[in-house]
Structures are given as C-alpha cells and as structure tokens.
Design a protein around this ligand. Structure first.
Ligand SMILES: [Zn+2]
Length: 160
C-alpha cells in the first residue's frame, strides 16, 4: 500500500464519522458514571448519560450532536483542541495561573450554545436507546426534567 493510499484511508475516517452523525439517529447509552462527574458525554453519534431521565443533560449532548452535524466531528474536535489548548496556554503564560477545566468549559462557545439549547426544552428527535432505558418524557413540564435549574449536576451543567 502506498503512502497516498494510506492517507486516503485515514482521510476517510472523519468523512465516515460525519456521514454517520448526519444520517444515523443518535444512540443514547446510560452509564454509571462519567469522568470528572459530568452528567453526559457526546461522541460522534453516541451520547452517554448518567441519568437517562435528565432532559437537560440529554438536550445538551444532543446539541453537541447537532454541532458535529454542522461543523463535522473533526471540525468540533479541532475547535475544542484550539479552545482548550489555547485557553490553557493563555492561562499559564499570560495570567500565570493553572488552567481550570470548568472555567475553560464555561467559556467554551460550543458549551454555551449547548446549554442555551438545552434550556429551551424542545421536543426530542428520534433516538436509539441502549440497555432498555426508558426515554424521558417528550413534553416539557413532566417529571424528571431539570432544565432551568442552576448547576443541577454539581459539575459541568450538561457534561462535556
Ligand atoms: Zn457539553
């Protein structure tokens, strides 16, 4: 296999991920816990939630799925790398203080957008639920929703 062929194969991975998030419904996977105590985590095409009935966290992570559809998973990853890497360097070199993840998280435009969208409490899109978890109610105001609460998770409001 030539170098060009290998590079073409590597280039297909981000394209395949983008096609996946564009055309396959998001899979929701309930998990016991997530790193740093987050309520949710979004990877291309998959949302992990510690509480499947947490509508705010679900909508927050689904907003990240929409961001991956808009900018592609690679675009989001590059943006996150620039944001966290650049912000951490600024904290260290300019402000002479240790970067704190939650402070950087709170200033991240993608997270701010995801929090704003989650607070709208809009109807959910079609999702695939794993492990037989009951999906949260589709209408706002039903029990189990935490939208609008201040810091309902103790960590990042909607996870990563
Ligand atoms: Zn997030």
């Amino acid at each position: 296999m030539t170098l060009v062929e290998e590079l073409l194969i590597v280039a297909c991975v981000p394209l395949a991920l983008h096609l996946w998030v564009l055309f396959v419904p998001t899979v929701v996977v309930p998990v016991r816990r997530i790193h740093l105590g987050a309520a949710g985590l979004a990877l291309p095409g998959v949302v992990f939630l510690t509480n499947p009935r947490d509508g705010f966290a679900l909508r927050h992570e689904l907003a990240h799925q929409d961001q991956m559809r808009r900018f592609s998973p690679l675009g989001v990853a590059l943006f996150l790398g620039v944001h966290y890497g650049g912000s951490a360097l600024l904290e260290l070199l300019i402000h002479r203080r240790r970067p704190r993840f939650y402070a950087l998280w709170a200033r991240n435009p993608l997270e701010r957008e995801a929090n704003a969208i989650a607070a709208e409490n809009a109807p959910l899109p079609r999702l695939i639920w794993l492990r037989g978890a009951p999906p949260p109610p589709r209408t706002p105001g039903d029990s189990g929703w935490s939208a609008g609460q201040d810091d309902p998770h103790g960590g990042p409001p909607g996870g990563y």
